[in-house]
Design a protein around this ligand. Sequence first.
Ligand code: PGA
Length: 257
Amino acid sequence: MNRRYRKTVIAGNWKMNMTATETKKFAEEMKKIMPRAKWCDTLICVPACNISAALRAFKDLRISVGSENVYFEEKGAYTGEISAGMLRDLGVKYVIVGHSERRERFGETDAGVNKKVHAVLAEGMSPIICVGESLEQREMGVTGEWVTLQVKSALHGVPADKLRRCIVAYEPIWAIGTGKTATAEQAGEVCGNIRATIRAMYGARVARSVTIQYGGSMTPQNAAELLAQPDIDGGLIGGASLKPEQFVEIVNAANQD
Ligand code: PGA
């Protein structure tokens, strides 16, 4: 973390979990234990059908609500899709874009991710842009090149004054939902490379203002060590964000004086 230059952001990603009723229960639990997070912004990305319920339930908790996905077109004949304007109108502030599960299972491409980033920014929201390598790619030694390509494609055509609103989440695919975390050094190194890529594209001042998260089996046990890396400014948390106590412990790790 480096709070002098950029925000620390702890984000939950509920994936396809939790009903609207469970969302309300979660918020009630959180009300008992959620600290006043001075040093970090906190949000949870929920399934689209729960966004309204989450906005209501989290209102007094200082937890913003994010979407797990968006479609890049403004409107039209795209049955089942949801536009950035629709999300903004509800009160959504953040949108996950290009999660590896969407890239792998739903065929999202780097070009599509780029269009989504533009759509989210155009509505004044923050994209959380997910990048990360597979185990095969790590073993082949191409992690750096792969992640650089993903970052460059996602940010293609994005002007420098919008970068402050972009969050990049480095999520090694082999660490997601597996209980295998990248070591703090491994994660810190890739996040450092991501910042170097942004620096090469936009210059040092912009690069140091961008929040870069780590995601992939982040837990209360490993959060502090990961967040101690200078280029890791928060976390994108799946499994542990479903349990109020665990999520709060990670917020606490990011909120140390
Ligand atoms: P995990 O998921 O924390 O359950 O590994 C992270 C993510 O996919 O964003």
